[in-house]
Design a protein around this ligand. Structure first.
Ligand code: CU
Length: 173
């Protein structure tokens, strides 16, 4: 009888000891999920390398690219080069990236009247994700912006009459 009590007591002790020894492990187990989240984070984090985009337009009223692809949240360093000889007043070029849901035609039409604001209609500023200034032949301009959320966006040159041939898709993956 005594033996069995002792056995029971020691069993209880062992159980308690086991239980105790398990307790310190609990915080360690609890820290695992955040660690896993940290590991998963780089997969969704934007790339640290910027996207270098070189776009040019000449006197032929065309961009050399009609498609630009970047990653969501990526820093975009865009250089626009006017490879022509015509002055800004006759053949100005810019790059305007429109927010989704903005009509290319509506924007271009409004831009005709916005010469004083570099062909960016002030009342449509919220429809513009990023834009360069307007440049003439031989000039270069650079902008830096953060790529918006995944999707396909329109870009254009908003100089009067240019968007028909100077437009393209800005794809964010
Ligand atoms: Cu142009």
């Amino acid at each position: 009888m005594r033996k069995s009590i002792l056995a029971l007591a020691s069993a209880a002790f062992i159980f308690a000891a086991c239980n105790q020894s398990k307790q310190p492990e609990t915080p360690a187990t609890e820290t695992t999920p955040p660690a896993a989240t940290e590991e998963a984070a780089p997969a969704v984090a934007p790339p640290t390398e910027p996207a270098i985009v070189e776009l040019s337009g000449g006197d032929d009223m065309k961009y050399d690219k009609t498609e630009i692809t970047v990653k969501e949240g990526q820093t975009v360093k865009l250089t626009l080069k006017h490879t022509g000889k015509s002055p800004k007043e006759a053949m100005g070029h810019n790059f305007v990236l429109l927010a989704s849901g903005t009509s290319l035609q509506d924007f271009a039409t409004a831009a005709i009247k916005a010469k004083d604001n570099d062909y960016i209609p002030a009342d449509m500023a919220s429809s513009v994700i990023a834009h360069t200034k307007t440049i003439g032949g031989g000039e270069t301009t650079e902008i830096e912006f953060t790529a918006p959320s995944k999707g396909t966006y329109d870009f254009l040159c908003s100089f009067p009459g240019h968007y028909g041939t100077m437009k393209g898709h800005f794809i964010v993956e």
